[in-house]
Design a binder for this molecule. Structure first.
Ligand code: ZN
Length: 109
């Protein structure tokens, strides 16, 4: 069974050397996490509030920050890899992470 939550961060970045994205600008990133597991005795895979809190902890590093100060090359792909690592340390389920950079553009890991 799968269970998912969505959260958002607002972050600034620029892509060094990129024609269109080389100047400092911002995005609202939509972050979707889908975990997979079995229900426990109380009928839940994981409490939604606990999952949301766990994700918030991992996102706090990036929310309202300039991503270039954290990631050398802050593409959404690299952000996704970094967040996946951070969430893997906190979540004890297999999970999928999808990050939307604005509308209509996403990466999944
Ligand atoms: Zn951008």
């Amino acid at each position: 069974m799968k269970l998912g939550v969505i959260d958002y961060i607002d972050s600034a970045h620029y892509i060094p050397g990129h024609d269109q994205c080389g100047s400092l600008h911002g995005h609202t990133y939509k972050v979707e996490v889908v975990i997979e597991g079995e229900k426990n005795k109380s009928g839940m895979i994981m409490d939604f509030s606990e999952l949301k809190r766990t994700i918030r902890e991992a996102l706090a590093l990036y929310d309202h920050k300039t991503l270039n100060e954290i990631l050398e090359y802050p593409s959404v792909e690299n952000l996704c890899e970094a967040l996946k690592r951070s969430l893997s340390e906190r979540l004890h389920f297999p999970f999928t992470l999808r990050i939307w950079e604005g509308h209509g553009k996403w990466v999944e890991l």
